[in-house]
Write a protein that binds this ligand. Structure first.
Ligand code: AMP
Ligand code: MG
Length: 294
């Protein structure tokens, strides 16, 4: 996934090392299966154009992506992977030629380019998928579940800024999670989470400034082929980190218009930062509207 992770666990001291090692192994294994940077699960699917869904993790992420791309009106779309590559993210981003954007747009679009059966996924010629917008969340969900199953009293797993945390009934740990200010790098807000997931996406994570002074980030709008312009950043609180992660990325493209169209109950709260380099505006919905600081 090309990112950093951190884990906090409450447990008897003599079990800490085994718990942390197990979680680390799990995250590395998921990274190998779900990262475009590797030639195992996903790298192989992109090279061969098809893969069996025997791998439970690939199957889980593919199935969730299928419904999340529909729910987000196509803003979250793993087939944007071809566009991400064309724009040169993350290593060497640069403005592509218009005709190159058009030719990659022709091989972008989950509904058109991906065929799913109960046990396999196939890509139309030329298409590629990138689960970078949801895999960190999925891995955080699984690492959290594994820590709790193996006896932790409370745990927080953070992968590339996506957080899953909670505690056993009775332990009642309340986690305070910070949301980064998308421009000055300081703290924008803090949120108290007992049980759940908090994901943030934004135009500050990986971007370049073009010759016209526009900030162009690694979140690409699959309908235009250009970097997202819907929001500076979006944070999502949900029960599942996979959902929070995918929806946060989609909201950087679709902004409040998309947020308002999401099905009731999919997420618990949304915070969207809008504006430009001259100033920002923060809007909140759901649980954060009533009590922004938890
Ligand atoms: P995140 O940090 O969760 O917002 O994910 C950003 C990553 O998701 C990018 O680096 C790309 O690999 C991928 N990506 C970019 N645009 C999209 C999109 N519209 N839908 C799904 N994944 C995307
Ligand atoms: Mg995401």
């Amino acid at each position: 996934m090309g990112t950093m992770a951190s884990i906090i666990v409450y447990c008897p001291p003599d079990t800490a090392e085994a718990l942390l090692e197990g979680a680390e192994r799990l995250v590395h294994d998921l990274d190998r299966r779900l990262s475009v940077y590797d030639d195992h699960g996903l790298g192989r699917l992109n090279r061969l154009g098809r893969a069996s869904l025997d791998d439970e993790h690939l199957r889980a992420v593919v199935t969730a992506s299928d419904s999340l791309q529909r729910i987000t009106g196509g803003a979250f779309d793993p087939t944007a992977g071809g566009l991400v590559r064309l724009w040169g993210f993350p290593a060497s981003p640069a403005l592509p030629a218009r005709e190159d954007i058009d030719s990659v747009l022709a091989i972008t679009g989950w509904e058109r380019m991906v065929s799913l059966s109960s046990d396999s996924i196939a890509l139309a010629p030329g298409a590629m998928v990138d689960f970078g917008a949801a895999a960190k969340g999925y891995a955080a969900d699984l690492a959290y579940a594994a820590l709790m199953e193996r006896g932790a009293s409370a745990a927080l797993v953070e992968i590339g800024g996506e957080v899953r945390c909670g505690s056993r009934p009775g332990f009642a740990k309340v986690w305070t999670v910070g949301i980064r200010h998308p421009r000055d790098g300081g703290l924008l807000d803090t949120v108290r989470v007992e049980q759940g997931a908090l994901a943030t996406s934004g135009d500050y994570e990986c971007f370049f400034i073009d010759s016209a002074g526009r900030r162009l980030s690694h979140i690409i709008d699959p309908s235009s082929g250009y970097p997202a312009q819907g929001a500076v950043s979006a944070s999502v609180l949900a029960g599942s980190c996979l959902v929070a992660d995918a929806v946060a990325t989609a909201l950087v493209i679709g902004g409040w218009e998309l947020a308002d169209s999401l099905p009731e109950g999919l997420v618990r709260a949304i915070l969207i930062v809008e504006g430009d380099d001259d100033g920002i505006r923060v809007g909140r919905s759901g649980e954060w509207q009533e009590s922004p600081n938890g």
